[in-house]
Design a protein around this ligand. Structure first.
Ligand code: DQA
Length: 140
């Protein structure tokens, strides 16, 4: 079993970026948490600030990954291209948000990716990634 964990724009700046919303732990700490949660299974962690690169990464998962954990960050609310890529490859996907997008600004409430993802975890901080990995581990 292989999981692909994708992080979208500005998540590389965790720790520095609005710590009151996203916490003080940095991206490296998040990667270490993901590595631990993925113990015993094959996985890849990917981060990009570019929409097309994320689309390419999702396409490359076809026949290469069994599950996807994705925090599309700001592209959550804008990207039909990422939604279409997920639909195209048809891989079980869990959407993660560090903050609770449902209780923030109005424009964050709508998620394109949630039209495909089988589960959305929002507002659980970095632990949301661990929960998503556990969910896919149990399912697959
Ligand atoms: C986010 C929420 C998005 O609205 C925001 O644009 C992000 C991060 C989160 O993890 O809470 O960049 O996806």
């Amino acid at each position: 079993m292989k999981l692909l964990i994708i992080n979208g724009p500005n998540l590389n700046l965790l720790g520095l970026r609005e710590p009151d919303i996203y916490g003080k732990q940095d991206y490296k700490t998040l990667c270490t948490m993901i590595e631990k949660a993925c113990e015993g299974i094959d996985f890849e962690i990917y981060q990009s600030n570019h929409e097309g690169d994320i689309v390419d990464k999702i396409q490359s998962a076809y026949k290469n990954a069994d599950g996807i954990v994705i925090n599309p960050a700001a592209y959550t609310h804008t990207s039909v291209a990422i939604l279409d890529a997920l639909k195209a490859v048809g891989i079980p996907t869990v959407e993660v948000h560090i903050s609770d997008i449902n209780t923030r600004e109005k424009f964050r409430k709508f998620s394109y990716v949630s039209l495909y993802a089988e589960k959305q975890i929002a507002g659980h901080g970095l632990d949301g990634y661990v929960e998503a990995i556990e969910y896919l581990r149990n399912k697959l």
